[in-house]
Design a protein around this ligand. Structure first.
Ligand code: AMP
Length: 216
């Protein structure tokens, strides 16, 4: 099975992706994670997109599509089942994903969208902090490790550059203007499953499992 998981920033895509990948044995392909890794490593691609990502805008279609193809090509011998997290995000990326699936013999992905009210999204993202040691994510509004530190490493938690309120607003705007047309495309084809992404992690995961059990 291949799966595309949609959701605005803060919808819980990262957390649900981990659970889905473990349960259904999929390889997690998060374009956001790949891009952030390239920026941290200071690769030419990372340098060329750093400012765009920090503004909350989308990087060029072909750049991200080449990145996706590179990951799939590198994993060719080990995986043919992916969870696409954050891709496709524009109408033109839909066509590129189809080409990539055809080229690497990947089955048509199931399309799932997590839906969460905007007020909840803002709290989830602007409160999100990451421990650089264990990579665990915490939310300062819900989790109180008193000095705003990670439970395990006692280190200060960092905020992603693009999780600042003004950037989050831009990312939500971009999601509505560029990615919702992608959802409509799949909806018109009868391929989109919309899932309520509010509530506890386990509840949301159960909803996803129910939908995937109906599909497969
Ligand atoms: P994410 O972690 O998925 O929210 O992605 C973080 C940032 O990476 C986005 O705000 C974009 O700047 C960039 N990005 C990730 N995926 C894509 C994509 N499919 N197309 C263009 N830009 C992307």
């Amino acid at each position: 099975m291949n799966l595309v998981l949609f959701g605005p920033p803060g919808a819980g895509k990262g957390t649900q992706s981990q659970l889905i990948c473990e349960h259904f044995r999929l390889t997690h392909l998060s374009t956001g994670d790949c891009i952030r890794a390239a920026i941290r490593a200071g690769t030419p691609l990372g340098k060329s997109v750093k400012e765009i990502v920090e503004r909350g805008e989308l990087i060029p279609d072909e750049t991200v599509s080449e990145l996706v193809e590179e990951v799939i090509s590198q994993n060719r011998s080990t995986s043919d089942s992916y969870l696409f997290d954050g891709y496709p995000r524009t109408l033109s990326q839909i066509g590129r994903l189809e080409e990539i699936c055809e080229k690497y013999n990947l089955t048509n992905p199931v399309i799932v969208a997590l839906e969460v009210p905007e007020s909840v999204l803002m709290l989830r993202i602007t409160g999100r902090r990451i421990c650089l040691d264990c990579k665990n994510t915490f939310n300062i509004y819900m989790h109180h490790p008193e000095q705003n530190g990670c439970d395990v490493h006692q280190c200060r938690l960092l905020q992603r550059a693009d999780d600042k309120p003004e950037t989050v607003r831009e990312r939500l705007r971009v999601y509505h203007s560029q990615t919702e047309p992608v959802l409509h495309h799949y909806e018109m084809l009868g391929r989109l499953a919309r899932i309520n992404g509010s509530g506890a992690t386990e509840e949301v995961f159960e909803r996803i499992q129910t939908i995937l059990a109906e599909t497969y």
